[in-house]
Design a protein around this ligand. Structure first.
Ligand code: ADP
Length: 270
């Protein structure tokens, strides 16, 4: 029937009985296809920086008697190597997240820690482009999560906000408690994303403008990582964006009670 794949095994038990085992392999087949696509994409993406590096190495050899050219090509090799390093790091991160149960135990994490650490790490790229970073809202709460992965997710959103904004603009992080969730929003005044592209940007290796993304050092994996981190936390991600007006990415992560409150649970009377 349609897209359903059933694997059927038949065994003769005795003269009058036959055992029929039917297994639904639809999900397994879908996962195999996802894995196959991922491998094809990875090979393609890795070939670009590797090709660039070997071309640059050849050029350096040819330019051996021109120290200025050697210095310039060595600089380009260093940035290609860094891009390659970032790509490998993100591929590993995403593969780890794609394995169910990859999170090492969730705990109550202070929202302030996640926001401060992510914003601090985004400060250098922002300052180099005179982009103002600010934080607003209630930072006092806790979320139920994995500290490092949540920093990775917020950091990816901040890096994008900075990368796809003009020099001198502003990027802000907003924090608020909504019911049983903490909402973290990253707001930029950058180039924005059209509604038909908004559906695709969470796909692995998808970029609206590959040339621009390459310039900013993007891998096309950032938002897939964010999507996986949020899903693994039982959260949600949403986007508002208008070309030329900017973008707002909002992630909702389940709120947690402060660890002290849990420790101070009432003791049964003796
Ligand atoms: P990349 O490494 O290319 O930034 P991402 O997965 O993080 O990859 O993002 C996918 C694409 O979505 C980007 O290439 C860019 O075109 C678009 N995008 C992401 N964030 C923003 C943003 N804040 N403003 C405009 N475009 C964005």
């Amino acid at each position: 029937r349609g897209d359903v794949l059933l694997q059927v095994r038949v065994a003769q038990v005795d003269a009058r009985h036959v055992l029929v085992l039917a297994e639904d392999r639809t999900e397994a087949r879908r996962l195999e296809a996802v894995r196959r696509d991922f491998v094809v994409n990875i090979s393609h993406e890795l070939k670009t920086p590797v090709g660039a590096l070997s071309l640059l190495a050849e050029t350096v050899q040819d330019a051996a008697d021109d120290p200025e050219a050697v210095r310039r090509f060595a600089g380009s090799m260093q940035s290609e190597a860094m891009r390659l390093g970032a790509l490998v790091h993100e591929i590993i991160e995403l593969s780890r997240l794609q394995v169910a149960g990859a999170l090492d135990g969730l705990r109550a994490v202070p929202v302030e820690q996640i926001v401060t650490e992510s914003v601090d790490r985004a400060r250098t790229p922002a300052e180099s482009r005179k982009i103002r970073l600010s934080v607003a809202g209630d930072l006092s709460g806790y979320v139920y999560g994995d500290h490092n992965l949540l920093v990775t997710a917020l950091r990816n959103l901040l890096d994008n906000a900075v990368s796809y904004s003009a020099d001198g603009s502003a990027v802000s992080v907003g924090v608020r408690r909504v019911d049983d969730f903490v909402e973290l929003s990253v707001v930029d005044q950058g180039i924005g994303i059209s509604s038909d592209q908004q559906e695709r940007i969470f796909e692995r290796f998808y970029r609206v403008d590959p040339a621009r993304s390459r310039e900013t050092g993007g891998t096309g994996l950032g938002l897939s990582i964010v999507k996986h981190v949020v899903a693994d936390h039982g959260g949600e991600i949403s986007i508002w964006s208008e070309p030329g007006q900017g973008s707002t990415f909002t992630i909702k992560i389940p709120a947690a009670r402060a660890p002290e409150e849990l420790d101070a649970a009432p003791v049964a009377p003796s």
